[in-house]
Design a binder for this molecule. Structure first.
Ligand SMILES: [Zn+2]
Length: 438
């Protein structure tokens, strides 16, 4: 959403007809408006509410406003200064939206703040709004400064590649998938630093966290054990699924490379890896080029032809499909039995690629089983983070040229927690935030 220009707002507010429009000039580049603000019949001192005030000279002010007639607009305001004879304070004549101390209208600032929610770089916004890059940065720093957001019942933890030249190679993100809110972003993923951060959060808040979703890093186990005493630890299902897919893929590559790369066997394995690693119920369409039969066939026929290339492929395919079926359909109550029997079957596999998964799946068995728990009508996973990671990539791209982690963090939280922020930049509640010079 965008805001009305200052001049329009002033006209709306001017119920007593105090604004006199002297001149409005539009040239090729800009729009210039010259107005006079006529004092009220009775002027009240804002300090002591006395009406015993006298005029104390005139003042002019040029305020840069947002676009009018598609041009950057400059408003010159002629207004009076007053002196209170009781408390001796000086003050300016004003309207609610008029701040004579500002050289940029609040409307322009609010619209720049709206731009900052989108995929625009500071320099693009500066160009678009005809202000300097420093002005955009100043506005961003003045109004957008996130405190951490308290945890909800569900907490996802993950990491992503940090900005170049930053403190840590990876940044650490905490996210509430229920409220689609980023709780916080830390500049590195060093366990001691995360630990210290979490120690500062009161136990009452941490004790309310019911589920924590992570990948299979041992450090998360320790953190959760220390800080989230009432939480169930869940391994993100996309994360462990990837290990199974990788095992299948590695078997495929091993078998495939035992064939010449112009052979039918090589081609059917190489070209159809996606069909092989997709849960068969999810395959869409039925017209795929079959390199064995040299014609279009159904996906089913491709699977038959590909898996008969080698018994290892056939076995790897059926282990993968059984895993995908289980993850999709097994209920939490039966998850342990199902997972135990799947682990038994990979231990008997001819492919080292699958046997090697057994230890990891045994080590994380409880946390994987926990991923079958339903929260409301949904399973809990980190999938929401994919969208966030995509946004972060965009932010990194538009952040080209600076490596200020505080900007980066605030921009991420600002662009993703947009609902939350909107309250903060509400016109009536707007207040200049303390500058952060870190
Ligand atoms: Zn006074």
């Amino acid at each position: 959403m965008y805001y009305k220009s200052l001049i329009e707002t002033l006209k709306d507010e001017d119920t007593d007809n105090r604004i006199i429009l002297n001149e409005q000039v539009t040239d090729a580049n800009n729009c210039y408006i010259d107005i006079t603000l006529v004092p009220k019949d009775i002027t009240i001192c804002p300090n002591c509410s006395s009406t015993n005030v006298i005029k104390y000279g005139k003042k002019d002010r040029v305020i840069k406003d947002d676009y009018l007639a598609n041009r950057p607009t400059f408003i010159t305001i002629h207004y009076n200064r007053f002196k209170c004879k009781d408390c001796l304070k000086l003050f300016n004549d004003t309207l609610p939206s008029l701040n004579p101390k500002q050289s940029i209208s609040m409307t322009l600032k609010l619209n720049i703040l709206e731009d900052l929610k989108l995929d625009c770089s500071f320099s693009n916004i500066a160009k678009k709004r005809n202000v300097s890059i420093q002005t955009v940065i100043d506005i961003f720093e003045s109004y957008v400064n996130f405190d951490r957001i308290p945890f909800g019942e569900v907490l996802c933890m993950d990491e992503f590649k940090n900005l170049k030249h930053s403190q840590g190679k990876y940044a650490f993100v905490m996210f509430d998938p229920n409220h689609h809110t980023i709780n916080d972003v830390l500049p590195d993923r060093i366990q001691a630093n995360i630990d210290e951060y979490l120690y500062k959060i009161n136990w009452h808040e941490k004790d309310k966290v019911k589920y924590v979703i992570t990948d299979m890093s041992e450090s998360y186990r320790t953190l959760i054990h220390h800080h989230f005493k009432n939480a169930t630890h869940i391994i993100d299902c996309f994360h462990y699924l990837r290990y199974v897919e990788d095992a299948l893929n590695n078997v495929r590559i091993r078998i495939q490379s035992s064939f010449k790369n112009n052979s039918k066997e090589y081609k059917i394995l190489k070209r159809n890896w996606r069909i092989l690693s997709t849960y068969y119920m999810d395959i869409e369409g039925d017209n795929f080029y079959n390199h064995i039969q040299m014609k279009n066939t159904s996906a089913e026929q491709i699977i038959i032809d590909a898996t008969t290339v080698h018994p290892d492929i056939e076995e790897a395919y059926s282990l993968t499909q059984e895993f995908l079926r289980g993850v999709r359909n097994v209920k939490y109550e039966n998850a342990e039995t199902w997972l135990n029997s799947w682990i038994e079957s990979i231990l008997k596999s001819n492919s080292k690629e699958f046997v090697d998964l057994a230890n990891m799946f045994k080590n994380w068995k409880m946390e994987i089983i926990n991923s079958f728990i339903r929260f409301g009508d949904k399973r809990l996973h980190n999938g929401y983070l994919e969208g966030i990671n995509n946004k972060i990539k965009v932010i990194k791209r538009i952040a080209y040229g600076y490596s200020n982690f505080s900007h980066f963090r605030n921009r991420i939280m600002y662009m993703i927690n947009s609902d939350y922020v909107f309250k903060m930049v509400d016109r009536s509640k707007i207040s200049r935030r303390k500058r952060n010079h870190k």
